[in-house]
Design a protein around this ligand. Structure first.
Ligand code: NAD
Length: 479
């Protein structure tokens, strides 16, 4: 089946199409997804601009009803959409269904949040003047999303954008257009007016680039890799567009001598390897204090060795395949780099064959890694964790902060003092105490510091910072 783009409320065929392949079984083609041309991106932006004045003036009830309807359908189809997501991206069925559930909840959250858009009224320093501060929609938003959360990331951008009265042109990642197409179909049928939400699928270099350089786009919300994000920022900033970037991570999980070992292993296993390690919040650096280091490495290696790597949708699978051949090649290249740089490969690292042709590899633990090694500095985006030794808590904290990234960090400890100190002194946007670095709630801000993020936070009520602009009105009381 061929799936078209949604432009100005119509399903429009592209110039050519890309095949959506199941990474668990490359013989399984999910569908053909039309690629939009640059001219079609132009049409989508024109449609969004045209729809904006009327959409911005809809009542909060109208927007709430549409978001609620979309959320209800997503939740009702959790199993079916989770299956599609696992089939196209390769995370397990349970993870796929969890992600779809989250997407549904995000729409429900913003169906409520739209009713709570607030302003402020202040007294003036001058006599006889009132001041009113209001939030207005930003305008037309271009959205560019990555492949690793095919429905949750589009949802956490689209729902607030629509809630605050913006129009949207969205380009999903080319590897996973299926979930984004399903979401577009749901929004279309939920009653989003023509042009308010547009889906343009295809290559980053064509469709994404056309969105970024267009002066009619008021804001770009991007999630993806650092190099792509930086390029988008330079281009969009040169024409004064508002930009929000969520990018990579090299997230540390610190394990102190006084940690509950079993909990620390469970938390590290989840953070480093679930979703095949393909999470921006994955704990790819495990920084472990000397006294517990050997026990931790032995227990983690044992647990990793027991993980079942197989078809994402098969019962009993813990870890699905890597998303595609080039990501698999990159992961295996880093396994070689880690070995050459002197880290000790304790478990995993080999290409695996399963019943179907897919991109399977055994999750990797590198012990005796240093924080200077490339495997500890560069984002691999696969099931590969470095275990780094620290002599003291202070050294562990310093190592955790010694990175260009600052998305998330975690600590496993039973010491209130160290947990409190870590929370205050870690240079990240999110911090976890005795919890995995990956796995966050949908109603609170998400984002990082340093090289991981740029611009206002996403999610929760903080999403208003990006999707609205502030107006200060002075009114003379006399007239
Ligand atoms: P990517 O940067 O390759 O692609 C992201 C998106 O940008 C895709 O839709 C792609 O088509 C598009 N794109 C590529 N070139 C473009 C260009 N020149 N102009 C406009 N758009 C362009 O990233 P990816 O491989 O899809 O995703 C993996 C990355 O995403 C990892 O680095 C990961 O850390 C990051 N990520 C970050 C977060 C976060 O919130 N911090 C969440 C998930 C993933």
């Amino acid at each position: 089946m061929t799936y078209a783009n949604l432009i100005a409320g119509e399903w429009v065929q592209g110039t050519d199409a890309s095949r959506n392949i199941n990474p668990s079984d490359t013989n399984d083609v999910i569908g053909e997804y039309d690629r939009a041309s640059a001219a079609q991106v132009d049409d989508a932006i024109a449609a969004a601009r045209k729809a904006f004045p009327a959409w911005a003036r809809t009542t909060v009830q109208q927007r709430s009803d549409i978001l609620d309807k979309a959320g209800t359908e997503i939740l009702a189809r959790r199993e079916e959409l989770g299956n599609l997501l696992a089939r196209e991206e390769g995370k397990t069925l349970a993870e796929g269904m969890g992600e779809v559930g989250r997407a549904g909840q995000i729409f429900k959250f913003f169906a409520g949040e739209v009713l709570r858009i607030q302003g402020e009224r202040l007294g003036s320093v001058r006599p006889g003047v009132d001041i009113e501060i209001t939030r207005e929609p930003l305008g037309v938003i271009g959205m560019i999303t990555p492949w690793n959360f095919p429905i949750a990331i589009p949802a956490w951008k689209i729902a607030p954008a629509l809630a605050y009265g913006n129009c949207v042109v969205m380009k999903p990642a080319e590897l996973v257009p299926g979930s984004a197409w399903a979401l577009a179909d749901i929004l279309h049928r939920a009653g989003v007016p023509a042009g308010v939400f547009n889906l343009v699928m295809g290559r980053g270099s064509v469709v994404g680039a056309a969105l970024v350089k267009d002066a009619r786009i008021d804001g770009i919300s991007f999630t993806g890799s650092v190099p792509t994000g930086r390029g988008i920022l330079a281009e969009a900033a040169s024409r004064g567009a508002k930009v929000q970037l969520e990018m990579g991570g090299k997230n540390p999980m610190v394990v102190l001598n006084d940690a509950d070992l079993e909990l620390a292993v469970r938390v590290s296993l989840d953070g480093a390897f679930f979703s095949t390690g393909q999470r921006c919040t994955a704990s790819s650096r495990l920084i472990v204090e000397d006294g517990i280091y050997d026990k931790f490495v032995a227990s983690l290696a044992e647990a990793v060795g027991k993980l079942v790597v197989d078809d994402a949708r098969k019962a009993g699978t813990n870890i699905g395949p890597v998303v595609d051949q080039s990501q698999l090649d990159q992961n295996l290249k880093y396994v070689d780099i880690g070995r050459q740089d002197g880290a000790k490969l304790v478990v995993g690292g080999e290409r695996l064959e399963r019943g179907t042709p897919g991109f399977y590899m055994a999750p990797v633990v590198f012990a005796e890694a240093s924080n200077e090694m490339r495997i500890s500095r560069e984002e691999i985006f696969g099931p590969v964790a470095s275990v780094i030794r620290a002599k003291t808590y202070d050294e562990a904290l310093a190592l955790a902060n010694d990175t260009q990234f600052g998305l998330c960090a975690g600590i496993c400890t039973t010491s209130l003092k160290h947990a409190a100190h870590f929370r205050r002194n870690i240079e990240t946007g999110m911090v976890m105490v005795n919890l995995p670095t990956a796995g966050v709630d949908y109603h609170v801000p998400f984002g990082g510091r340093k090289g991981s993020s740029y611009g206002p936070r996403e999610q929760g009520r903080y999403a208003a910072e990006f999707y609205t602009q502030v107006k200060t009105a002075y009114v003379n009381q006399a007239l």
